[in-house]
Every structure is written in structure tokens, then in C-alpha cells.
Design a binder for this molecule. Structure first.
Ligand SMILES: [Zn+2]
Length: 287
């Protein structure tokens, strides 16, 4: 199962439930598969939730000690395990950690984000908002979702160049990119170090720096030859040693390629392929 298949299944699930309110009513998703919610007050701090089936009925448990946005995400994540049929691997890592996160867990997070921040409700608001952490925080509040889930979704649904990067212990763990960055091949290598001297790196080091700065695009994107200046904004969360980075191009345009195949003229189109056989003034190709 890959991310595309998960996204397709999540969107089909959302389309069946047809949520129209913001924040999305989580109960509607639970009811759709006849699952019951149990808010548990005896779970460990790092245990977000679980799901199990008893006599044909599904139960989803969430940690009563977690904040509301976390509980909502957990419910959607558990629904992913149920709908996708993927077994839980929650013991290896605390729920917030992205280092060594198993693929099944990542896929369930992708499914959860689709439910919590449905494309039809979320994208129109994201498109109207400036590309800043303030916008992400505002949307997170409205949708009762975490900054991480909202930021990742924000970058994914936009067309204009924008990336949202999550790093842990100074290494990139996850990068969500907007359509135009994906099309331009703006690739942020997983497990790379935070760029030296970047706002993100200095925020993590605890140094004093402006929360927003300009940075050369090549500092973030792998083998990038288009140049351009990125606006970089960062937030560091010390207890988890997690750094969130928001990147955008200052004029909301991806610079054109520095070089590329020359434009074909009409005359070129008429030239035969180089096959070692001379064709005198013939426009016909050999069979
Ligand atoms: Zn899980």
C-alpha cells in the first residue's frame, strides 16, 4: 500500500461522510463504521490511543490526558488502522516522534490528515491565507488540529511554492511540498542536516535570530540550479527537539530552469532521426 492509495481511500471515506462543518465532527467518522469512542484516563503519557474489535464492534480509545487536537488526530489515525487494515506499531516510538517511524504509521497519519483537514473545506482557506506560521496556527485552531498536521497539509494542498519541513534532532524527517515545488523537482533530502546557518538551525541551537529570514534556495533543495531566494520561517520545540520550517519563494514563483533542452523549431521537427542513413530533402521517415 502506498501513499496515493491511502489518500484515495481517505478521500472516498470523507466523500461518504460528507462533513460540512469546521471543525469536522469526528463522531460522524466514528459513526460511519459503527465504532465507539472510549476516553481512557489510565494510558501512559506517550500512548495516544488504540483500537480493537469485540463481538464485531470496533472501539477506539484515546488518552484523556492529551489535548483536544491530539485526541481528534488519534481518533482519525485509529480509524485509518481499521479502514486500511494496517496493524498498529505504537510501542517502538512515542506518538510524536518521527525518527524511525514505521511506514504503516506514516500512512495512517496521512489518512488521518485527510479526515481531519478535508481537502474541500481546507484548501479554499489555505489558498486565501498568507504563507506564514500565523496562518497555519490560525487554521490549526479553526480545525482543532495540531500545528504539525496543519502545516503539512497546508503545504501539500497549495499550488504556489511552499514547503513544510519537520526535523528531529537536527535532521529532516519529513517534508511536505506544494504542487509547484514537486513539479519543479525541489527535493529536500530526508535525514539531511538542517542547513548550516539557516533560521531553523539557529532556532534549534537556541541562538537569537529573527523568526523569518531570506535564504538561498540551494541551501534547502538538493542539486538545485534554478537559484532564487526563499523566505524561511522556523519554530523549535525543545522538549521533543523538533524543528518546524516553512519555506516559500518571496514572489510566490518558482524560478525558471537555469538551462534546459533548446526549444525545437519547426525545421527541427522535420529533420529525420539520426540513423546513419542520409535522407536528401525527404520529409518522410523511413519505416
Ligand atoms: Zn498507529
Amino acid at each position: 500500500m502506498d501513499e496515493l492509495e491511502v489518500v484515495t481511500k481517505a478521500r472516498a471515506f470523507v466523500a461518504e461522510v460528507k462533513p460540512t462543518d469546521i471543525p469536522v465532527p469526528i463522531e460522524a467518522y466514528l459513526n460511519h463504521i459503527g465504532a465507539a469512542l472510549r476516553v481512557e484516563d489510565d494510558l501512559e503519557d506517550d500512548e495516544a490511543g488504540f483500537s480493537f474489535q469485540n463481538k464485531g464492534k470496533w472501539y477506539v480509545g484515546v488518552n484523556a490526558g492529551d489535548r483536544q487536537e491530539r485526541q481528534r488526530f488519534t481518533v482519525c489515525h485509529e480509524l485509518a488502522h481499521i479502514v486500511l487494515g494496517l496493524p498498529s506499531e505504537h510501542k517502538a516510538n512515542p506518538w510524536w516522534s518521527y525518527a524511525k517511524r514505521p511506514m504503516a504509521e506514516i500512512l495512517c497519519d496521512v489518512f488521518a490528515a485527510e479526515l481531519l483537514l478535508p481537502l474541500r473545506l481546507f484548501r479554499p482557506l489555505a489558498e486565501k491565507a498568507p504563507i506564514t506560521f500565523d496562518s497555519i496556527d490560525d487554521l490549526a485552531t479553526r480545525f482543532v488540529a495540531s500545528r504539525t498536521a496543519t502545516g503539512s497539509r497546508f503545504a501539500t494542498v497549495l499550488k504556489v511554492p511552499c514547503a513544510f519541513v519537520l526535523s528531529e534532532q537536527g535532521k529532516v524527517r519529513y517534508a511536505a511540498r506544494s504542487t509547484s515545488l514537486r513539479e519543479a523537482g525541489a527535493w529536500i533530502v530526508p535525514r539531511r542536516d538542517l542547513p548550516a546557518g539557516s533560521v531553523s538551525e539557529r532556532s534549534r541551537a537556541g541562538g537569537s535570530c529573527l523568526p523569518v529570514e531570506e535564504v538561498d534556495a540551494e541551501n534547502w533543495f538538493n542539486a538545485w540550479d534554478r537559484g532564487g531566494t526563499l523566505i524561511e520561517e522556523a519554530r523549535h520545540h525543545d522538549p521533543w527537539d523538533q524543528t518546524l520550517t516553512l519555506l516559500s519563494f518571496e514572489d510566490e514563483q518558482v524560478p525558471p530552469p537555469a538551462w534546459g533542452p533548446p526549444q525545437k523549431s519547426e525545421e527541427d521537427e522535420l529533420l529525420p532521426e539520426l540513423d546513419g542513413v542520409l535522407h536528401f530533402k525527404s520529409k518522410k521517415r523511413r519505416p
